[in-house]
Design a protein around this ligand. Sequence first.
Ligand SMILES: *Cc1c(COP(=O)(O)O)cnc(C)c1O
Length: 410
Amino acid sequence: MQADAVQPRTLSELDYIALEKQYGANNYKPIDVVIERGEGVWVWDVEGRRYLDFLSAYSAVNQGHAHPRILQAMIEQAQKVTLTSRAFRNDQLPLLAKELCELTGYDKMLPMNSGAEAVETALKLARKWGHKVKGVPEGQAEIIVASGNFQGRTISIISFSDEPQYKDGFGPFTPGYKTVPYGDADALEAAITPNTVAFSVEPIQGEAGIVLPPDGYLRRVREICTRHNVLLFTDEIQTGLGRTGKLFASHWEDVRGDIVTLGKALSGGFYPVSAVLADDPIMGVFKPGDHGSTFGGNPLAAAVARMALRVLVEEGMIDNARVMGEYLLGRLKRIESKHIKEVRGRGLLIGVELTDEAGGARRFCEALKEQGVLSKETHENVIRFAPPLTITKDDIDWAMGRIETVLMMD
Ligand SMILES: *Cc1c(COP(=O)(O)O)cnc(C)c1O
């Protein structure tokens, strides 16, 4: 036992950063804070400094860091059995499937691990439905996507990205996708052909910079998809599970996607867990052997996800996101800084867009870190504020003093 115990820490913050630079692939540019521990909305770095986490691992930690009930569920399950593969059944996946379907109102769920895998699964599902049910000739299925989309990093998903850096050098790309402007329902309708099987859309675009479509857009999209027998695929990986103050962001317009993807907060940040939701007539096109994943639906993931969903509902986090989100958005909108171009968001998914003259969002995120608030720029000019849904008014007041200071700097 002794040999496995965690060694007393002898490395400094700079040592960790140097090691990662030396041995890690250089595909990220993190804010230089080396986190050692987290609890609720707070994290601590290796030097013992405390920060308020205003990013929540891109909304994967909606339930707050190290939520005690999820942690307990994870420990208990890890002591029993962690992986069976789908070659055998386990006693956690059936309960997760039931609880997730009952909570969201879908007939069926399909478990995967990362968000990108859930999106890939949804795309495969839509294509198969198109070919087998809608009657699109084999290999001709088209999927329409929105400009500014971010749905993951696999080859097929970047094939329909319009962010040049996500594609540069990674071709050849997967065909079968068509892009229409986000927020333009008429453009969607004009782009639909008899071979269109699905429209894939984020109810609010997170990575694009917290972009909200015009009011009524999703409702119109829903109506257009229904009229043309096209599946509406709503990607709720970032916006779902309470982040915007409702269970799904689509619920703000009373819209129900035909296919929904979930990930990120589905595990409360403990473990990669994602899922695809759909009703029987769609999910039924998958037959044994059509699709799968070694780790998808494993008992550890299922036990963690069950508790992550339970605390979200039982502890009132979704309502808190709505109430605290309104408060935070209101306070941010009242900041009178020459750098701010627009403040927008819903629930606790908020973007502060800076002017072109502000010199980029990065320097403000770095300054915020120095003040004890962790956030991250998205694209050049947007600071994303997305704290855990457990945040209190006092926490927000504490952070706002610092955010105001930083946004008032030159
Ligand atoms: C984060 C994200 C994904 C991809 O999830 P990963 O777990 O990083 O693969 C897909 N769609 C949306 C909307 C996301 O925000």
